[in-house]
Design a protein around this ligand. Structure first.
Ligand code: ADP
Ligand code: MG
Length: 699
């Protein structure tokens, strides 16, 4: 597959300052968006488009659209109303529209006279007496012939402070003419992807300056072939980078850890339940990885409550049995503590020591933990990302288990990758997540990982009955808690973030705990939030676990992983503020034992459409995959598939929700390019699409 287009790498490396009107100041502002070269500017696509190519007849206007209209001023004058405004009624031969301005000068007022000709561009809204445009861009005309339309749709760019739309249009205007000669066509001919018949230069020109008649909706939804073509190239570049990372890792060496034949069977005997067949299968998969000398990178996916922790324990035991150190890292202090508690009980029986390490640990404790890890005296470390700080050293780290990996930032993941590495050695890695990932997506965007799915729940679990109730019926909910707790049950009461300010939230949750204590004096009620010290959290959680505490009032700190099987009632206040994934996680805190559990979602009326749909989804299903699917549908294109949550890369153009049908071709073409040893081309693709500063894929 010889590629004739590998000519001038010019625009790829041409600094942005070679454009007229781009000095050091604009340069540094653009750097915030990761834009450094002329090529970067060209690949910065519009967020949306305005259609100023034609005049819309006023008779056919609908609220919500941006339109260009022209007509005669029928009347104009100041209205007093609740706020003083200058109102002008404009008509063409099909209908009328009102132009309203709250800020205006005397000159403007004098110029808007009855009988004058005008053209306006703006958003149509429903006003008190009919359709209106509030503060549109407008221009007075001397004659009808002065009315002007644009030749192309007007692009509106995503931007950063201090770089206006006009600047964007100007930069693009300068860069586009160079693109035909300087932007290389990198994809091989004959690739079967929508839009490949359009040259790269034409695709970019079309997207920046769509000609009259292009459907702006098609462009904005991203289904236009020109956009698909670029999305494909972007996904391809990421996928190749991920595969390169894998092949780099495959050349490294990891300690060999045969399946645990001594400790793991002993732990299984200790457990008061038999493993599900899904757990057995996944443990086998993990053991078979660890038994090789290539560093493992396995993603274990299982819905909340499917029993991932014990699978992690199996891996830890294989490491210990092989004489290596293992660490288990959790994203929050609370979760880390809980892992430590369960592991400590399990490990103690087996005669294995574990240390606990978080960034909040007291200096002396920390020093001691570090020293024991460095000397190899202790084999298991459990904690937060503090386990991977620079001054923490390991004697012979063989396994890293990361729980709820998507919660960690890129930097933390990089630190983790480097830990325990030396020359050509790297530890095995096991990553646990409750986020469902469709298979096609996993094969492309997690191509460097093997995936195991725990697709079965422990037996006896009953679906959590979910009800949706307005905040105004709080009394009734409190009664329900009173009754349940009287029968020996335990309950959570969650107050989600109300404000951006942590202090105000703290106040809200503290007040709620107070009011509940007053209303339910017979119950033991405790409060848990992000500002508690680890010791305080310990006391509260232990009280709740042991049953001394009946009701735990908390912020969303309990969202991930908290496991108290005896808790069977979950109340979430202001549930309408939370996304589906978060609600599912929270609800997953109950229904973990064999008793019937319930979840009460309280909301503040009135509910918006999306919030309503989210809450009814929660009421209808307990299935994490179904909820994730619904989440995608509700959020719609434009918002990436919870990119931040899933630890996936941030794309500039592609959208995995929308473009997933390209995934198969992405794999095929990547295989072709790699098999044919197209290294130069691959380098250029990666340089075009991946931001060096992410360091996301560096092997
Ligand atoms: P998650 O996958 O959400 O991390 P956990 O590992 O915390 O789930 O397990 C949830 C609960 O289910 C725990 O209380 C755990 O002891 C219990 N559990 C795990 N596996 C089984 C099983 N096979 N049978 C019964 N209970 C189990
Ligand atoms: Mg868990």
């Amino acid at each position: 597959m010889a590629n004739q287009h590998l000519l001038k790498p010019a625009a790829a490396s041409l600094a942005i300052t070679t454009l007229k009107g781009v000095g050091p100041q604009i340069e540094s502002r653009l750097a915030r968006l990761g834009i450094r070269t002329v090529q970067d500017v060209l690949f910065h696509l519009p967020l949306r488009y305005q259609d100023r190519t034609r005049f819309s007849p006023m008779g056919g206007l609908t609220a919500g659209s941006d339109v260009l209209v022209t007509g005669v001023i029928e009347l104009s004058g100041v209205r007093m109303g609740r706020r003083r405004s200058l109102v002008s009624v404009i008509s063409d031969n099909t209908g009328t529209i009102t132009m309203r301005q709250f800020r205006f000068t005397a000159t403007q007022q004098r110029a808007l006279v009855r009988g004058g000709l005008i053209q306006c561009f703006g958003e149509v809204r429903q006003g008190p007496t009919g359709l209106e445009m509030v503060h549109p861009e407008y221009r007075l005309l001397h004659s009808e012939s002065e009315a002007t339309t644009e030749q192309t749709l007007t692009a509106v760019y995503p931007t950063t402070d201090g770089v206006g739309q006009r600047k964007w249009r100007d930069m693009i205007g300068q860069a586009l003419p160079r693109c035909a000669t300087e932007i290389e066509e990198l994809l091989p001919k004959g690739v079967d992807v929508p839009g490949m018949e359009i040259s790269l230069a034409d695709a970019l020109t079309l997207l920046h300056c769509p000609p009259v008649g292009t459907d702006p909706l098609l462009l904005m939804q991203g289904s236009h072939p020109a956009r698909q073509r670029l999305a494909f190239e972007e996904m391809l570049s990421h996928h190749i980078a991920i595969r390169q990372r894998r092949s780099h890792r495959d050349r490294l060496c990891a300690p060999l850890m045969p399946p645990s034949t001594r400790l793991w069977p002993q732990l299984c005997e200790q457990l008061h339940f038999p493993l599900t067949s899904a757990q057995v299968r996944v443990v086998e998969e993990v053991f078979s990885d660890l038994g090789g000398t290539v560093p493992t990178m396995r993603l274990v996916q299982g819905d909340v409550g499917s029993g991932k922790t014990v699978v992690a324990a199996a891996a830890v035991l294989a490491a210990v049995e092989a004489g290596c150190q293992a660490v288990v890292m959790a994203p929050t202090e609370l979760l880390a503590r809980q892992h430590f508690d369960s592991f400590e009980i399990w490990l103690k029986e087996l005669g294995i020591d574990a240390v606990w390490l978080t960034s909040r640990a007291a200096a002396a404790t920390r020093r001691q933990a570090c020293q024991r890890l460095a000397s190899g005296e202790v084999q298991v470390g459990i904690g937060t990302h503090a386990l991977f700080q620079d001054d923490v050293h390991y004697h012979n780290l063989g396994l890293v288990v990361v729980d709820e990996q998507h919660r960690f930032g890129v930097e933390q993941r990089l630190a983790l990758r480097d830990k325990g590495r030396s020359d050509n050695r790297a530890p095995h890695q096991l990553v646990m997540t409750a986020t469902p990932i469709p298979r096609s997506l996993a094969m492309v965007m997690y191509a460097d990982m093997d995936v195991s799915v725990i697709d079965e729940m422990p037996p006896g679990r009953q679906p959590v009955e979910t009800v949706v109730i307005p905040n105004s019926r709080r009394q009734a909910v409190q009664e329900r808690i009173r009754e349940s707790c009287a029968r020996g049950m335990r309950a959570y009461w969650v107050c989600p973030l109300i404000d951006e300010s942590e202090l105000l939230d703290l106040e809200a949750v503290t007040q709620r705990a107070e009011s509940l204590r007053q209303d339910l004096p017979e119950l033991k009620i405790e409060l848990l939030h992000g500002r508690n010290t680890p010791a305080e959290k310990d006391v509260v959680m232990n009280g709740f676990r042991s049953g001394q505490v009946d009701l735990l009032v908390a912020t969303t700190v309990i969202e991930v992983g908290v496991d108290v099987p005896e808790a069977s009632l979950m109340v979430i206040e202001n549930a309408e503020r939370l996304g589906l994934a978060q609600l599912h996680q929270l609800r997953g805190r109950v229904g973990r034992g064999d008793r019937k559990s319930a979840c009460v979602l309280m909301y503040q009326a009135p509910l918006g459409d999306r919030a309503k749909a989210r809450l009814s989804t929660m009421r209808e299903t307990n299935d994490g995959f179904e909820i994730a699917q619904k989440d995608l549908e509700l959020r719609g294109p434009g918002e990436l598939l919870g990119t931040r949550q899933s630890g996936l890369p941030q794309f500039r153009i592609a959208d995995l929700t929308r473009d997933h049908m390209l995934l198969e071709s992405v794999r095929d073409v990547a295989a072709q390019l790699l098999d044919n040893g197209e290294t130069k081309l691959i380098d250029r693709l990666i340089r075009r699409w991946l931001r060096t500063e992410d360091g996301f894929y560096s092997a």
